[in-house]
Ligand binder design. Structure first.
Ligand code: ADP
Length: 604
């Protein structure tokens, strides 16, 4: 993945800023409060050098002793200085608070929008983009936009007010001294900005190296058994070491850029101060300005130093805001190819008859399904078998509309699934996948994932039907046992059984088992099948499997090859056909299974 900003178009950049500012404008109260406090903070900040100058002049009067009230005036000036410092602190804190608050609100809003979008984007989008990239993009880019708002939006108003008014004040007091005291600004501003931009591009390089490091570490830990069993520890260490060394080189370069520029800024500031002292000193000697006025210039320079250094930070925040915002909005604006169509209505299930009518489909132009037609109805199980890659799972994924067919139609009780709402469709259809994902949560939470309000008894029954109850009841914490990294680790078959329980708990009218018992042993699978046959009486079920024993009992079996149904019928008919199914049967079924299948034949 590349983290480098991709937007270069000016129009796009200004569009991104406008969108962020519009989001910030929603926080009206914080914004108004922030702008008012900015003027307060800048006003008191600028008053400090003026007060310092007049205090020095008053103090000089002490020596001339012409004015008896001088010490009172000095104390008064000191008090004013103290008050203005405190007020400046309070106002600065207040506008920083407003900026932070607006930035955090925007971060919160973007996080929700981004997460919502990822939930809606189609599977074809998700299969193209690395999950890690989506997470990194989410975290880094949302932070980039939020940081832009927090550090740049209000602060740029503050800097304009402070530097603008300050410049006017010093130039109008004494043009020559004013120019001298501002002489460090161009060099310092340039270096601060250039350094930040340099650091910014090396920041991207560093992030990419760190991302490689975390990928290496992640793969290493995820595949620790493979690494150890292939004795590849040294090779893995070398890979990690190389990426780590490159990251160190970039980090060292960054230190150099920082220290070189900090020194340059310091030198230019001190040189300007020396000039002000020299020329200002001469002016004091010839009486054109007072010592207090010279002090004002020097104090003003010190105050101006921080905002000038801040310019670099601002430029960085603007650049990062545009790049992060651009990338983020490009995801947020993406339309999903799978959405509710206009005027879609809720699916009304009367019987639960599912029909595929001449369905064609392909991923990226490939012909994966070529005219698939079949019908599945309640109490009439359909089995789908065929070689790997023939399109079995693809059929399963078209039913809940993970993808849409390129032609043909899929209907449920006569309603085209494209014309019903996704929510109602997905509530009626459940696909139990081979790869059963479990959340890091307790067993009951995992089983009741689709219906968190399910009764304990229903959760228990679902696990009884999938032959998991006995195992769970032997665990010390039973249904409250945690699964996942910090909990018990389940075998592949156990996960599949919990996954089936999760689906049947939802009582879907149409249920598709996509190789969902592939890791379960044959005896347990047989028990599950008996339980499911009972449950499936009034449901439409499709069983996809590469194992014939899982679907021999189906009322209709479809043998699929290269996206086409090449044989169909029940087990007996297909065996009598002596085609591909019969061939597979001979290959797969062992003598003891044969006895079982004879039993199935006799039961019919
Ligand atoms: P089966 O379930 O029969 O093993 P699939 O339906 O999973 O087959 O896959 C059918 C074909 O489609 C295969 O060639 C597979 O590589 C391809 N395929 C599956 N999923 C995707 C995807 N998300 N993107 C692109 N091609 C895919």
């Amino acid at each position: 993945m590349t983290l480098k900003p991709r937007i270069t178009n000016r129009k796009q950049i200004s569009g991104t800023y406008i969108r962020i500012i519009k989001m910030a404008l929603k926080q009206k109260l914080h914004l108004v409060f922030g702008v008012i406090t900015i003027f307060g903070a800048a006003g008191f900040q600028l008053w400090i050098p003026i007060l310092l100058g007049s205090s020095v002049d008053i103090a000089m009067d002490v020596f001339s002793a012409e004015n008896a009230d001088v010490s009172d005036q000095l104390i008064f000036s000191g008090v004013l200085l103290l008050i203005s410092s405190i007020m400046r602190g309070i106002f600065t804190m207040a506008y920083n608070y407003s900026g932070e608050s607006i930035g955090q609100h925007i971060g919160y809003e973007l996080r929700l929008l981004y997460y919502q979008k990822l939930q809606k984007l189609s599977f074809s989008y998700h299969s193209h983009i690395h999950t890690g990239d989506l997470i990194t993009r989410g975290i880094l880019d949302i932070e980039g936009v939020s940081m832009f708002v927090r550090t740049a939006v209000l602060r740029s108003i503050y800097l304009v007010v402070l530097i603008g008014t300050g410049t006017y004040l010093v130039l109008s007091t004494d043009l020559v001294l004013g120019i001298l005291s501002l002489s460090f600004v161009p060099l310092a501003g340039w270096r601060a900005t250039a350094a930040r931009l340099q650091l910014r591009s090396s920041w991207f390089a560093l992030q990419e190296k760190l991302s490689i490091l975390s990928k290496v570490m992640d793969e290493n830990l995820g595949g620790i058994r493979v690494v150890r069993s292939f004795a590849s520890k040294t090779h893995e260490m070398d890979k990690f070491d190389r990426a780590s060394e490159e990251a160190l080189t970039i980090a060292n370069d960054q230190v150099q850029v920082k220290s070189k520029n900090v020194s340059l800024i310091g030198i230019s500031f001190l040189a300007a101060m020396g000039l002000v002292l020299w020329v200002g000193g001469l002016k004091v000697i010839n009486g054109s300005i007072t010592i207090g006025e010279l002090t004002t210039f020097l104090a003003f320079m010190s105050i101006l130093q921080a905002p000038v250094r801040m310019l670099g930070m601002m430029v960085n925040a603007f650049a990062r805001g545009a790049a992060s915002g651009g990338r983020l909005f490009s995801v947020l604006d993406m339309s999903s190819d799978i959405e509710d169509s206009q005027g879609s209505t809720n699916l009304t299930i009367t019987k639960g008859v599912l029909k595929f009518k001449d369905v064609h489909f392909g991923y990226e132009g490939e012909h994966t399904l070529n005219g698939v037609t079949f019908e599945a109805k309640p109490g009439h199980a359909v089995g789908i078998v065929g070689p790997p890659g023939s399109g079995k799972s693809t059929i399963a994924h078209l039913i809940p509309r993970f993808y849409d067919p390129s032609s043909g139609a899929i209907t449920i009780d006569g309603q085209n699934i494209k014309d019903v709402t996704l929510d109602s469709l997905r509530h009626s259809v459940s696909v139990v996948e081979q790869d059963s994902f479990m959340f890091t949560a307790s067993i009951d939470h995992n089983v009741a994932y689709g219906n968190p309000w399910a009764e304990d008894l229903d959760v228990e029954t679902a696990t009884r039907n999938t032959q998991m109850y006995q195992y769970i009841s032997r665990l010390p914490n039973k249904f409250s046992t945690m699964i996942g990294e910090r909990g018990v680790s389940l075998s592949g078959g156990q996960r599949q059984r919990l996954s089936i329980a999760r689906s049947i708990l939802l009582n879907p009218k149409i249920i598709i088992f996509d190789d969902s018992t592939s890791s379960v042993d044959a005896a347990t699978e047989q028990k599950i099948r008996v339980a499911l046959q009972e449950i499936s009486k009034d449901r439409t079920s499709i069983i996809i499997s590469h194992r014939l024993s899982s679907l021999m009992h189906a009322d209709e079996i479809l043998f699929i090859e290269k996206g086409k149904i090449i044989e169909r019928g029940n087990h007996n008919k297909l065996i009598n056909n002596n085609g591909k199914y019969a061939e597979l049967y001979k290959l797969q079924i062992r003598p003891d299974d044969k006895n079982k299948s004879e039993k199935i034949k006799n039961e019919r």
